[in-house]
Design a protein around this ligand. Structure first.
Ligand SMILES: Cc1cc2nc3c(=O)[nH]c(=O)nc-3n(C[C@H](O)[C@H](O)[C@H](O)COP(=O)(O)OP(=O)(O)OC[C@H]3O[C@@H](n4cnc5c(N)ncnc54)[C@H](O)[C@@H]3O)c2cc1C
Length: 391
Protein backbone atom coordinates (compact mmCIF):
# COMPACT_ATOMS: atom_id res chain seq x y z
CA UNK A 1 0.00 0.00 0.00
CA UNK A 2 1.18 3.52 -0.70
CA UNK A 3 -0.10 6.99 0.17
CA UNK A 4 1.30 10.47 0.69
CA UNK A 5 0.64 10.84 4.44
CA UNK A 6 0.15 7.78 6.66
CA UNK A 7 -1.94 8.82 9.66
CA UNK A 8 -1.96 6.71 12.83
CA UNK A 9 -5.12 7.25 14.91
CA UNK A 10 -8.72 8.15 14.05
CA UNK A 11 -9.33 10.55 16.93
CA UNK A 12 -10.07 14.21 16.26
CA UNK A 13 -6.44 14.95 15.27
CA UNK A 14 -6.03 12.14 12.74
CA UNK A 15 -9.47 12.52 11.17
CA UNK A 16 -9.31 16.30 10.88
CA UNK A 17 -5.81 16.09 9.41
CA UNK A 18 -6.99 13.56 6.81
CA UNK A 19 -9.99 15.77 5.95
CA UNK A 20 -7.96 18.99 5.67
CA UNK A 21 -5.26 17.27 3.58
CA UNK A 22 -7.93 15.97 1.20
CA UNK A 23 -9.17 19.55 0.69
CA UNK A 24 -5.61 20.47 -0.33
CA UNK A 25 -5.40 17.56 -2.78
CA UNK A 26 -3.12 15.45 -0.54
CA UNK A 27 -3.86 11.75 -0.08
CA UNK A 28 -3.77 9.98 3.25
CA UNK A 29 -4.72 6.67 4.83
CA UNK A 30 -5.83 6.55 8.48
CA UNK A 31 -4.96 3.48 10.59
CA UNK A 32 -7.05 3.05 13.76
CA UNK A 33 -6.71 0.39 16.45
CA UNK A 34 -10.35 0.50 17.58
CA UNK A 35 -13.61 -0.14 15.73
CA UNK A 36 -15.63 2.63 14.08
CA UNK A 37 -18.42 1.99 16.58
CA UNK A 38 -16.01 2.43 19.48
CA UNK A 39 -14.45 5.72 18.35
CA UNK A 40 -17.84 7.17 17.42
CA UNK A 41 -19.14 6.59 20.93
CA UNK A 42 -16.13 7.47 23.08
CA UNK A 43 -17.40 10.22 25.40
CA UNK A 44 -14.72 12.80 26.12
CA UNK A 45 -14.37 16.49 25.35
CA UNK A 46 -17.25 18.77 24.57
CA UNK A 47 -16.09 22.38 24.59
CA UNK A 48 -14.98 23.77 21.24
CA UNK A 49 -13.13 27.05 20.97
CA UNK A 50 -14.21 29.55 18.34
CA UNK A 51 -11.13 28.72 16.22
CA UNK A 52 -11.93 24.99 16.25
CA UNK A 53 -15.53 25.70 15.21
CA UNK A 54 -14.30 28.00 12.43
CA UNK A 55 -11.89 25.31 11.14
CA UNK A 56 -14.64 22.66 11.07
CA UNK A 57 -17.19 24.97 9.45
CA UNK A 58 -14.80 26.36 6.82
CA UNK A 59 -13.73 22.81 5.94
CA UNK A 60 -17.34 21.78 5.27
CA UNK A 61 -17.54 19.39 8.24
CA UNK A 62 -19.46 21.76 10.51
CA UNK A 63 -23.01 21.62 9.18
CA UNK A 64 -24.42 19.52 12.06
CA UNK A 65 -22.20 21.35 14.54
CA UNK A 66 -23.81 24.64 13.50
CA UNK A 67 -27.27 23.08 13.78
CA UNK A 68 -26.89 21.18 17.05
CA UNK A 69 -23.96 22.82 18.87
CA UNK A 70 -24.87 24.96 21.87
CA UNK A 71 -23.19 28.38 21.71
CA UNK A 72 -22.28 29.68 25.16
CA UNK A 73 -21.40 33.27 25.96
CA UNK A 74 -20.17 32.71 29.49
CA UNK A 75 -19.32 30.28 32.29
CA UNK A 76 -20.10 30.39 35.99
CA UNK A 77 -17.61 30.11 38.85
CA UNK A 78 -19.19 29.04 42.11
CA UNK A 79 -17.34 29.15 45.41
CA UNK A 80 -17.71 30.57 48.91
CA UNK A 81 -21.51 30.41 48.53
CA UNK A 82 -21.31 32.95 45.67
CA UNK A 83 -21.77 32.72 41.93
CA UNK A 84 -19.67 34.74 39.52
CA UNK A 85 -20.27 34.84 35.78
CA UNK A 86 -17.36 35.17 33.34
CA UNK A 87 -19.25 37.03 30.61
CA UNK A 88 -17.49 36.42 27.29
CA UNK A 89 -19.72 38.88 25.39
CA UNK A 90 -18.52 41.70 27.64
CA UNK A 91 -14.91 40.62 28.31
CA UNK A 92 -13.96 39.18 24.89
CA UNK A 93 -16.62 40.57 22.51
CA UNK A 94 -17.42 38.46 19.47
CA UNK A 95 -15.91 35.27 20.91
CA UNK A 96 -17.75 32.32 22.40
CA UNK A 97 -17.46 28.57 22.94
CA UNK A 98 -19.62 25.85 21.43
CA UNK A 99 -20.68 22.77 23.38
CA UNK A 100 -20.67 19.80 20.97
CA UNK A 101 -19.50 16.32 21.95
CA UNK A 102 -16.12 15.10 20.72
CA UNK A 103 -17.82 11.88 19.55
CA UNK A 104 -20.08 14.00 17.33
CA UNK A 105 -17.02 15.73 15.81
CA UNK A 106 -15.55 12.28 15.21
CA UNK A 107 -18.78 11.03 13.57
CA UNK A 108 -18.95 14.10 11.29
CA UNK A 109 -15.30 13.75 10.23
CA UNK A 110 -15.60 10.00 9.55
CA UNK A 111 -18.71 10.67 7.46
CA UNK A 112 -16.90 13.43 5.52
CA UNK A 113 -13.87 11.23 4.85
CA UNK A 114 -15.91 8.24 3.72
CA UNK A 115 -18.16 10.42 1.52
CA UNK A 116 -15.03 11.72 -0.22
CA UNK A 117 -13.71 8.17 -0.78
CA UNK A 118 -11.15 8.49 2.03
CA UNK A 119 -9.56 5.37 3.47
CA UNK A 120 -9.81 4.64 7.19
CA UNK A 121 -8.77 1.16 8.29
CA UNK A 122 -10.36 0.36 11.65
CA UNK A 123 -9.26 -2.43 14.00
CA UNK A 124 -5.64 -2.58 12.89
CA UNK A 125 -3.06 -4.17 15.22
CA UNK A 126 0.71 -4.22 15.67
CA UNK A 127 1.22 -0.72 14.24
CA UNK A 128 4.92 0.17 13.93
CA UNK A 129 6.27 3.33 12.26
CA UNK A 130 9.50 2.41 10.43
CA UNK A 131 12.34 4.15 8.56
CA UNK A 132 11.25 7.51 9.93
CA UNK A 133 14.67 9.11 9.47
CA UNK A 134 14.87 8.43 5.73
CA UNK A 135 12.83 9.69 2.76
CA UNK A 136 10.68 6.51 2.55
CA UNK A 137 9.01 5.92 5.89
CA UNK A 138 6.36 3.26 6.28
CA UNK A 139 3.94 1.90 8.84
CA UNK A 140 3.70 -1.84 9.26
CA UNK A 141 0.52 -3.24 10.79
CA UNK A 142 -1.87 -6.18 10.81
CA UNK A 143 -5.38 -5.94 9.43
CA UNK A 144 -7.80 -8.89 9.53
CA UNK A 145 -4.86 -11.12 10.50
CA UNK A 146 -2.92 -10.02 7.41
CA UNK A 147 0.50 -8.37 7.89
CA UNK A 148 0.65 -5.21 5.74
CA UNK A 149 2.87 -2.19 5.18
CA UNK A 150 1.76 1.33 4.26
CA UNK A 151 4.49 3.31 2.49
CA UNK A 152 4.27 7.09 2.60
CA UNK A 153 6.17 10.35 2.23
CA UNK A 154 5.36 11.24 5.82
CA UNK A 155 3.83 9.70 8.95
CA UNK A 156 1.51 11.68 11.23
CA UNK A 157 1.40 10.27 14.76
CA UNK A 158 -2.13 11.18 15.89
CA UNK A 159 -2.46 8.13 18.14
CA UNK A 160 -3.07 9.83 21.47
CA UNK A 161 -1.13 9.69 24.71
CA UNK A 162 -0.91 5.88 24.82
CA UNK A 163 -0.05 5.45 21.13
CA UNK A 164 3.10 4.00 19.58
CA UNK A 165 4.37 6.85 17.40
CA UNK A 166 6.04 8.92 20.12
CA UNK A 167 7.99 5.85 21.24
CA UNK A 168 9.19 5.24 17.66
CA UNK A 169 11.43 8.32 17.99
CA UNK A 170 14.93 7.24 19.07
CA UNK A 171 15.79 7.66 22.75
CA UNK A 172 17.43 10.96 23.61
CA UNK A 173 15.72 13.00 20.87
CA UNK A 174 12.68 14.09 22.84
CA UNK A 175 12.55 16.05 26.02
CA UNK A 176 9.55 15.34 28.27
CA UNK A 177 7.80 17.74 30.61
CA UNK A 178 5.39 15.99 32.93
CA UNK A 179 3.17 16.79 35.90
CA UNK A 180 0.76 14.48 37.68
CA UNK A 181 -1.98 15.82 39.90
CA UNK A 182 -2.95 14.21 43.20
CA UNK A 183 -6.54 13.63 42.05
CA UNK A 184 -8.60 12.33 39.15
CA UNK A 185 -11.93 13.26 37.57
CA UNK A 186 -14.97 11.06 37.78
CA UNK A 187 -16.99 11.86 34.64
CA UNK A 188 -20.69 10.99 34.38
CA UNK A 189 -23.04 11.43 31.45
CA UNK A 190 -26.70 11.61 32.49
CA UNK A 191 -29.93 11.53 30.51
CA UNK A 192 -31.36 14.65 32.13
CA UNK A 193 -31.79 18.22 30.90
CA UNK A 194 -28.96 20.48 32.18
CA UNK A 195 -29.82 22.37 35.36
CA UNK A 196 -27.96 25.39 34.03
CA UNK A 197 -27.72 27.18 30.66
CA UNK A 198 -23.96 27.55 31.09
CA UNK A 199 -21.10 25.45 32.50
CA UNK A 200 -20.63 25.73 36.27
CA UNK A 201 -17.15 25.32 37.77
CA UNK A 202 -17.75 24.82 41.51
CA UNK A 203 -15.47 24.18 44.44
CA UNK A 204 -15.97 23.84 48.18
CA UNK A 205 -14.34 21.94 51.06
CA UNK A 206 -15.41 18.62 49.52
CA UNK A 207 -13.57 19.36 46.28
CA UNK A 208 -14.24 20.43 42.71
CA UNK A 209 -17.32 19.72 40.57
CA UNK A 210 -18.17 20.72 37.01
CA UNK A 211 -21.67 20.86 35.59
CA UNK A 212 -21.45 20.67 31.83
CA UNK A 213 -23.77 19.42 29.10
CA UNK A 214 -23.73 17.75 25.70
CA UNK A 215 -27.23 18.55 24.41
CA UNK A 216 -30.57 19.88 25.73
CA UNK A 217 -31.30 16.30 26.94
CA UNK A 218 -27.84 15.21 28.12
CA UNK A 219 -25.87 16.57 31.08
CA UNK A 220 -22.19 15.93 31.72
CA UNK A 221 -20.71 16.09 35.21
CA UNK A 222 -17.24 15.81 36.68
CA UNK A 223 -16.18 15.29 40.31
CA UNK A 224 -12.70 15.59 41.76
CA UNK A 225 -11.87 12.19 43.31
CA UNK A 226 -8.76 10.36 44.52
CA UNK A 227 -6.55 9.35 41.56
CA UNK A 228 -6.85 5.63 42.41
CA UNK A 229 -10.58 5.78 43.12
CA UNK A 230 -12.56 2.70 42.05
CA UNK A 231 -15.58 3.52 39.88
CA UNK A 232 -17.38 0.56 41.49
CA UNK A 233 -17.37 2.56 44.72
CA UNK A 234 -19.53 5.18 42.98
CA UNK A 235 -23.09 3.94 42.47
CA UNK A 236 -25.31 6.55 40.81
CA UNK A 237 -26.88 7.67 44.13
CA UNK A 238 -23.44 8.51 45.52
CA UNK A 239 -22.56 10.52 42.40
CA UNK A 240 -25.77 12.54 42.66
CA UNK A 241 -25.33 13.12 46.39
CA UNK A 242 -21.76 14.35 45.93
CA UNK A 243 -22.68 16.56 42.97
CA UNK A 244 -25.49 18.11 45.02
CA UNK A 245 -23.12 18.70 47.97
CA UNK A 246 -20.63 20.53 45.75
CA UNK A 247 -23.02 22.33 43.38
CA UNK A 248 -26.10 23.21 45.47
CA UNK A 249 -24.18 25.85 47.38
CA UNK A 250 -26.11 28.95 46.37
CA UNK A 251 -29.67 29.74 47.49
CA UNK A 252 -32.46 28.56 45.23
CA UNK A 253 -30.34 26.44 42.87
CA UNK A 254 -31.23 22.76 42.56
CA UNK A 255 -29.65 19.97 40.60
CA UNK A 256 -31.98 17.88 38.41
CA UNK A 257 -31.10 14.18 38.44
CA UNK A 258 -31.71 11.33 35.99
CA UNK A 259 -30.26 8.03 34.76
CA UNK A 260 -26.45 7.94 34.49
CA UNK A 261 -25.72 6.46 31.06
CA UNK A 262 -21.91 6.40 31.18
CA UNK A 263 -19.30 6.94 33.88
CA UNK A 264 -15.55 6.58 34.31
CA UNK A 265 -12.50 7.95 36.12
CA UNK A 266 -9.62 9.75 34.37
CA UNK A 267 -6.23 10.63 35.82
CA UNK A 268 -5.23 14.28 35.64
CA UNK A 269 -1.92 15.00 34.04
CA UNK A 270 0.06 17.63 32.13
CA UNK A 271 2.59 16.41 29.57
CA UNK A 272 4.60 17.82 26.65
CA UNK A 273 7.08 16.06 24.36
CA UNK A 274 9.48 18.39 22.55
CA UNK A 275 10.09 18.61 19.66
CA UNK A 276 6.89 17.32 18.09
CA UNK A 277 8.74 15.89 15.10
CA UNK A 278 11.66 13.73 14.09
CA UNK A 279 12.69 12.96 10.52
CA UNK A 280 9.52 12.18 8.58
CA UNK A 281 7.37 11.58 11.67
CA UNK A 282 5.18 14.39 13.01
CA UNK A 283 3.26 14.11 16.29
CA UNK A 284 -0.06 15.92 16.73
CA UNK A 285 -2.65 16.20 19.50
CA UNK A 286 -2.48 14.04 22.61
CA UNK A 287 0.41 12.03 21.13
CA UNK A 288 2.57 15.11 21.80
CA UNK A 289 0.90 16.82 24.73
CA UNK A 290 -1.92 16.46 27.21
CA UNK A 291 -3.52 18.83 29.68
CA UNK A 292 -5.89 18.31 32.59
CA UNK A 293 -9.41 18.85 31.15
CA UNK A 294 -10.19 21.78 33.49
CA UNK A 295 -9.38 24.34 30.79
CA UNK A 296 -11.13 22.35 27.99
CA UNK A 297 -8.07 22.62 25.77
CA UNK A 298 -7.05 19.08 24.66
CA UNK A 299 -9.30 18.67 21.64
CA UNK A 300 -8.76 22.29 20.63
CA UNK A 301 -4.97 21.93 20.71
CA UNK A 302 -5.25 18.77 18.59
CA UNK A 303 -7.28 20.72 16.02
CA UNK A 304 -4.76 23.54 16.02
CA UNK A 305 -1.76 21.22 15.53
CA UNK A 306 -3.26 19.62 12.44
CA UNK A 307 -4.18 22.94 10.83
CA UNK A 308 -0.50 23.94 11.17
CA UNK A 309 0.62 20.55 9.84
CA UNK A 310 -1.75 20.77 6.87
CA UNK A 311 -0.26 24.11 5.82
CA UNK A 312 3.24 22.66 6.15
CA UNK A 313 2.43 19.58 4.03
CA UNK A 314 0.62 21.76 1.46
CA UNK A 315 3.69 24.00 1.10
CA UNK A 316 5.98 20.98 0.71
CA UNK A 317 3.78 19.29 -1.91
CA UNK A 318 3.14 22.46 -3.91
CA UNK A 319 6.67 23.88 -4.00
CA UNK A 320 9.03 21.49 -2.23
CA UNK A 321 9.50 24.14 0.45
CA UNK A 322 10.27 22.41 3.77
CA UNK A 323 10.45 25.56 5.91
CA UNK A 324 6.98 25.13 7.42
CA UNK A 325 7.58 21.43 8.07
CA UNK A 326 10.88 22.24 9.76
CA UNK A 327 9.14 24.88 11.88
CA UNK A 328 6.08 22.75 12.71
CA UNK A 329 7.02 21.98 16.28
CA UNK A 330 8.02 25.56 17.06
CA UNK A 331 4.78 26.89 15.54
CA UNK A 332 2.67 24.57 17.72
CA UNK A 333 4.57 24.70 20.99
CA UNK A 334 3.92 28.36 21.64
CA UNK A 335 0.18 27.68 21.80
CA UNK A 336 0.70 24.35 23.54
CA UNK A 337 2.54 26.01 26.40
CA UNK A 338 -0.06 28.77 26.74
CA UNK A 339 -2.71 26.05 27.04
CA UNK A 340 -0.49 24.12 29.45
CA UNK A 341 -0.23 27.12 31.71
CA UNK A 342 -3.94 27.96 31.52
CA UNK A 343 -5.00 24.35 32.21
CA UNK A 344 -2.62 24.07 35.16
CA UNK A 345 -3.80 27.45 36.44
CA UNK A 346 -7.52 26.57 36.22
CA UNK A 347 -6.80 23.24 37.91
CA UNK A 348 -4.88 24.91 40.73
CA UNK A 349 -7.52 27.59 41.17
CA UNK A 350 -10.45 25.18 41.41
CA UNK A 351 -9.33 21.95 43.12
CA UNK A 352 -8.71 21.02 46.75
CA UNK A 353 -5.16 19.92 47.40
CA UNK A 354 -4.53 17.70 50.45
CA UNK A 355 -0.97 19.01 50.53
CA UNK A 356 -2.11 22.61 51.04
CA UNK A 357 -1.41 24.19 54.39
CA UNK A 358 -3.37 27.11 55.79
CA UNK A 359 -1.16 29.61 53.93
CA UNK A 360 -1.68 27.88 50.55
CA UNK A 361 -5.44 27.84 51.12
CA UNK A 362 -5.49 31.56 51.84
CA UNK A 363 -3.52 32.21 48.62
CA UNK A 364 -6.02 30.15 46.64
CA UNK A 365 -8.91 32.00 48.27
CA UNK A 366 -7.28 35.33 47.50
CA UNK A 367 -6.81 34.41 43.83
CA UNK A 368 -10.42 33.24 43.52
CA UNK A 369 -11.52 36.53 45.01
CA UNK A 370 -9.31 38.43 42.54
CA UNK A 371 -10.73 36.55 39.53
CA UNK A 372 -14.27 37.34 40.70
CA UNK A 373 -13.70 41.01 41.44
CA UNK A 374 -11.13 42.24 38.92
CA UNK A 375 -12.18 42.79 35.32
CA UNK A 376 -8.54 42.34 34.23
CA UNK A 377 -8.34 38.92 35.88
CA UNK A 378 -11.75 37.86 34.52
CA UNK A 379 -10.73 39.00 31.04
CA UNK A 380 -7.55 36.95 31.18
CA UNK A 381 -9.57 33.86 32.10
CA UNK A 382 -12.14 34.57 29.37
CA UNK A 383 -9.51 35.21 26.68
CA UNK A 384 -7.76 31.92 27.39
CA UNK A 385 -10.99 29.95 27.77
CA UNK A 386 -12.48 30.94 24.42
CA UNK A 387 -9.06 30.42 22.83
CA UNK A 388 -6.47 32.84 21.57
CA UNK A 389 -6.39 33.73 17.87
CA UNK A 390 -5.49 30.93 15.52
CA UNK A 391 -1.87 32.08 15.12
C1 LIG B 1 -12.64 12.66 30.45
C2 LIG B 1 -12.03 13.60 29.46
C3 LIG B 1 -12.60 14.85 29.28
C4 LIG B 1 -12.06 15.75 28.37
N1 LIG B 1 -12.63 16.99 28.22
C5 LIG B 1 -12.13 17.83 27.30
C6 LIG B 1 -12.78 19.09 27.03
O1 LIG B 1 -13.78 19.45 27.64
N2 LIG B 1 -12.27 19.88 26.05
C7 LIG B 1 -11.16 19.53 25.35
O2 LIG B 1 -10.72 20.28 24.47
N3 LIG B 1 -10.51 18.34 25.59
C8 LIG B 1 -10.99 17.48 26.52
N4 LIG B 1 -10.38 16.27 26.72
C9 LIG B 1 -9.21 15.92 25.94
C10 LIG B 1 -9.57 15.43 24.55
O3 LIG B 1 -10.50 14.38 24.62
C11 LIG B 1 -8.27 14.96 23.85
O4 LIG B 1 -7.34 15.99 23.94
C12 LIG B 1 -8.53 14.60 22.40
O5 LIG B 1 -9.20 13.36 22.32
C13 LIG B 1 -7.21 14.52 21.61
O6 LIG B 1 -7.46 14.04 20.33
P1 LIG B 1 -6.36 13.16 19.60
O7 LIG B 1 -6.93 12.83 18.25
O8 LIG B 1 -5.05 13.80 19.68
O9 LIG B 1 -6.23 11.84 20.48
P2 LIG B 1 -7.29 10.70 20.77
O10 LIG B 1 -8.66 11.23 20.79
O11 LIG B 1 -6.78 9.97 21.95
O12 LIG B 1 -7.21 9.76 19.49
C14 LIG B 1 -6.13 8.88 19.27
C15 LIG B 1 -6.62 7.72 18.44
O13 LIG B 1 -5.52 6.86 18.15
C16 LIG B 1 -5.93 5.51 18.34
N5 LIG B 1 -4.72 4.73 18.63
C17 LIG B 1 -4.02 4.68 19.79
N6 LIG B 1 -2.99 3.84 19.66
C18 LIG B 1 -3.02 3.36 18.40
C19 LIG B 1 -2.22 2.45 17.67
N7 LIG B 1 -1.15 1.86 18.23
N8 LIG B 1 -2.53 2.17 16.40
C20 LIG B 1 -3.62 2.77 15.81
N9 LIG B 1 -4.43 3.64 16.46
C21 LIG B 1 -4.13 3.93 17.73
C22 LIG B 1 -6.90 5.58 19.49
O14 LIG B 1 -7.78 4.47 19.51
C23 LIG B 1 -7.65 6.87 19.17
O15 LIG B 1 -8.76 6.67 18.34
C24 LIG B 1 -10.90 15.36 27.61
C25 LIG B 1 -10.34 14.09 27.77
C26 LIG B 1 -10.89 13.21 28.69
C27 LIG B 1 -10.26 11.85 28.84
Amino acid sequence: MRTQVAIVGAGPAGLLLSHLLHLRGIESVVLEARSREYVEHRVRAGVLEQGTVDTLVESGAGERLLREGLVHHGIELRFGGQRHRIAFEKLVPGRAITVYGQQEVVKDLIAARLAAGGQILFEVDDVVPEEIEGPRPQVSFTHRSQPLALQADFIAGCDGFHGVCRDAIPPGVLQFFDKEYPFGWLGALAAVAPSSDELIYASNDRGFALHSMRSPQLSRFYLQVAPDEDIEAWPDERIWAELAARLETVPGWNLATGPVVEKGITAMRSFVAEPMQFGRLFLAGDAAHIVPPTGAKGLNLAAFDVTVLTEAFAAWYSSGDAALLDGYSRACLRRVWRAQHFSWWMTTLLHSFDSYDAYDRRLQQSYRDYVCTSEAASTSLAENYVGLGRR
